[in-house]
Design a protein around this ligand. Structure first.
Ligand code: DGL
Length: 251
């Protein structure tokens, strides 16, 4: 099975990491719209337009499924992508909500949703959780985490101060949805700042979702990887080598 993975930039590699870890696909075609990232500060129409343009790229490949790794695109453009491309299109929000539901049974638990400004403004996670009767939901747009990860500042005081800035008024958080591709890279820092709150990781959630709903199962062969980007694909490939811990890229 061949999957397309779409992200606004490099962050979706965190989802690829989970897909590789579980060996769900024979081949993955990754596309990062690095020329136009970030999507998280754009408006709805722009996010939809960019997403539809990217779907044209994927039509050049014979993919069986399109995985939208980007939370921002998952919040705004899933329906449009489904209308545009004639294969299953899965997003990370539905998967994340189901994963949370599997792990957090008490509907009075304190749930924290983190994401880009666009994802938080869409209220997609919040409404889906309310529909499942969760009562104590807090949402925060934590966009500063994105450049902190991209600049490799995870181990600096800049991250510590930013965590303090965003989270200083929070108490007793039970679970936190890492509603942005970059946040799994600072998962431990976020969780320990919040007294070891449980974390919901888009990559692991989508694996669970694919296994359950799309009959995807662990393969015995390595996944062939292809990386494309709208700008500077070599830089994306370098990040892929680093984040995914892979030695050779089949390009
Ligand atoms: N990939 C985006 C997301 O998961 C984060 C980066 C951006 O703003 O484009 O929402």
């Amino acid at each position: 099975m061949k999957a397309g993975v779409f992200d606004s930039g490099i962050g979706g590699l965190t989802v690829v990491k989970s897909l590789l870890g579980h060996k769900l696909f024979d081949e993955i075609i990754y596309y990062g719209d690095t020329a136009r990232v970030p999507y998280g500060s754009k408006d709805k129409n722009t996010i939809i337009r960019y997403s539809l343009e990217v779907s044209e790229f994927f039509k050049n490949f014979d993919i069986d499924i399109l995985i939208v790794a980007c939370n921002t695109v998952s919040a705004y453009a899933l329906e449009e992508l489904r209308d545009s491309i004639n294969i299953p299109v899965v997003g990370v929000i539905e998967a994340g909500v189901l994963s949370l539901e599997n792990q957090i049974k008490n509907k009075k638990s304190n749930i924290l949703i983190l994401g880009t400004k666009a994802t938080i403004n869409s209220k997609k996670y919040k409404l889906a959780l309310e529909e499942k009767q969760y009562q104590n939901i807090t949402s925060i747009a934590t966009g500063l985490f994105v450049p902190i990860v991209e600049e490799g500042l995870e181990k600096t005081q800049i991250l510590d101060k930013t965590l303090e800035y965003y989270f200083k008024d929070l108490n007793n958080i039970d679970a936190v949805i890492l509603g942005c591709t970059h946040f799994p890279l600072i998962e431990n820092k976020i969780s320990s700042f919040l007294n070891n709150a449980k974390t919901i990781h888009s990559g692991e959630a989508i694996v669970e979702f694919l296994e359950k709903n799309y009959n995807c199962h662990q393969k015995h062969t390595e996944t062939k990887l292809n990386f494309f980007a709208s700008e500077n694909p070599d830089s994306l490939k370098k990040v892929a080598v680093k984040w995914l811990g892979i030695k050779n890229l089949i390009i």
